[in-house]
Design a protein around this ligand. Structure first.
Ligand SMILES: Nc1nc2c(ncn2[C@@H]2O[C@H](COP(=O)(O)OP(=O)(O)O)[C@@H](O)[C@H]2O)c(=O)[nH]1
Ligand SMILES: [Mg+2]
Length: 490
């Protein structure tokens, strides 16, 4: 079952297909329509080596996506839920072909050579629990020297200008803290590819947070402070809902820790405190064959799985008896990684309004279709645009997303109190939450509060100096409160 809103979008797609007749665009619209019945698509984007594939594996609790620059990482790859394991390539000519694959130790190995033509995108179906409500999209890095990759990512994210259709409904943006100036970091966030990100469908992760402060024990706390500073920045607030620090590697290793790895760590821990602290002084020390137990190969493997911070953390947990089993170490790694917070953000901002976000991106895609239809059938283009407008006019939920966008991006120029009010109004679940009242507020009190707010926002909109964005925001807020009032009955 899909929501009434998605049903209306579905009907708009059906009308668009009628209007387009036998044109190839009709097939595109058919795909937009099919997407309405699929889980929310969340893309992980960011520069090369930001930790995107590692994060994907952590979310899936399996090492599937190849990390580090293998050939597979050159393609956008959708990971969707399937009852069986399956890999397909979407070719540039629109064909789909199954590709042979092998489950290797560190990741899935896909036989890309067997594709009969240039590959556009990969699609992996996997029976992972995390995928039941979400399709996760791993993307090649922005900032790669390969122009092809850059263009692919940009087109993949889409925009609100009818130029390119989004292929994701929401975005997790990974940025690495490289001790660069804040300005350079902002620039990363504002490059062309994320211009379409909005606080209604994007969150940012300060990635590889364990590497901040030279992997000192307080690295994650320091990362927290940096992330909080970014989260408070009005410019950043305009692009993403929140910024949180994360150590994807620790989340991945925590989710996939093996008994053999725990056994190696125990062996290291048995070396005794002085030798251990020598070993853990730096990555170079850790690699030195003349110090401590374990072979050079095993040490290298542990470094890729834990990093220096992770090794210090794990060995401290073992030597202090905080963790004595692989299961307890796994839990501790997941906890320190920060992945629980990311999952909570995904839930709060994406999953809870998944229908609205899907409707939003489907309508953006339809707009792009209308624009393409312009050249060969202006009347079809006109009719598609009209259907889109009808859906938008009848769907107050979409208007509320717009309100949230206008409020959070600061374009409407609302005061800080008004922005918090809008956040509550749009994101609150119970009516009392939305009105900012106590859970046991009476119906009479709720009615009175909603009427007061209708009055407030109407007056605010009536100010002759109000910009168009401000007027729109006030109008939508007033209608939301009217809706609440109407739902409360007499
Ligand atoms: N120390 C540390 N290394 C990480 C972390 N996340 C990823 N890496 C490493 O960074 C490299 C690039 O990661 P990958 O996930 O392939 O980045 P992508 O290019 O964004 O997909 C790999 O060697 C990872 O092991 C992290 O949180 N901490
Ligand atoms: Mg990758």
């Amino acid at each position: 079952m899909i929501s009434p809103l998605l049903t209306r979008v579905d009907a708009a797609c059906a009308r668009a297909m009628d209007a387009l007749g036998a044109s190839p665009l009709a097939a595109d619209v058919d795909r937009i329509r099919a997407g309405l019945h699929e889980p929310l698509r969340v893309a992980i984007v960011g520069r090369v080596k930001a930790g995107k594939s590692t994060l994907l594996n952590a979310l899936l609790r399996e090492r599937i996506a190849p990390t580090d620059a293998g050939e597979c990482t050159r393609y956008v790859c959708n990971y969707r839920h399937g009852l069986d394991y399956d890999v397909e390539a979407l070719l540039a000519d629109g064909a789909r072909v199954k590709l042979p694959f092998r489950r290797a130790d560190e990741s899935l190995e896909i036989d890309l050579q067997s594709a009969p033509g240039p590959i556009e995108r990969l699609e992996v179906a996997w029976p992972a629990g995390a995928l039941t409500g979400l399709t996760i999209i791993d993307t090649p890095g922005i900032g790669s020297t390969d122009e092809d990759i850059r263009v692919r990512v940009a087109s993949f994210l889409g925009g609100e200008d009818e130029q390119v259709a989004p292929e994701a409904d929401a975005v997790v943006y990974l940025m690495r803290h490289l001790h660069r100036t804040d300005l350079a970091l902002m620039e990363t966030l504002y490059n062309r590819s994320v211009a379409s990100a909005s606080p209604v469908n994007a969150v940012a992760v300060l990635s590889r947070a364990d590497e901040i402060c030279a992997a000192r024990p307080d690295a994650m706390d320091a990362a927290e402070t940096v992330a909080a500073r970014y989260a408070a920045d009005p410019l950043l607030r305009a692009a993403v809902a929140d910024v949180i620090p994360m150590a994807e590697l620790l989340a991945e290793t925590g989710a996939t820790l093996r008994e053999s790895e725990m056994a190696w760590l125990r062996e290291l821990a048995s070396a005794g405190a002085p030798e251990l602290s020598m070993l853990l002084l730096s990555v170079d020390r850790f690699r030195r064959p003349d110090l401590g137990p374990l072979t050079v190969e095993v040490r290298e493997l542990l470094l890729t799985r834990f990093g220096l911070f992770g090794l210090r953390f794990a060995l401290h947990a073992i030597t202090t008896n905080r963790c004595d089993t692989a299961a307890s170490l796994s839990r501790a790694l997941l906890e320190v990684s920060g992945i629980a917070r990311l999952k909570a953000l995904i839930d709060e901002y994406f999953s809870s309004r998944s229908g609205h976000l899907k409707a939003r991106s489907a309508l953006l895609q339809l707009r792009v279709a209308a624009r393409s239809a312009e050249t060969f059938s202006p009347s079809a283009a006109q009719s598609i645009r009209q259907s889109i407008e009808e859906v938008e006019a009848s769907a107050h939920e979409l208007a509320e997303l717009r309100l949230l966008h206008l409020a959070l991006t600061a374009v409407a120029g609302l005061t800080a109190n008004e922005v918090s009010e809008v956040r509550r109004l749009v994101s609150g679940r119970a009516t009392s939450d939305r009105l900012g009242l106590a859970a046991d507020a009476t119906a009479a009190a709720s009615r009175q509060a909603s009427l007061e707010r209708v009055e407030y926002w109407r007056q605010r909109a009536a100010n002759p100096l109000a910009s168009r964005d401000l007027a729109t925001a006030c109008e939508i807020a007033a209608r939301s409160y009217e809706g609440i009032y109407a739902s409360l009955g007499e």
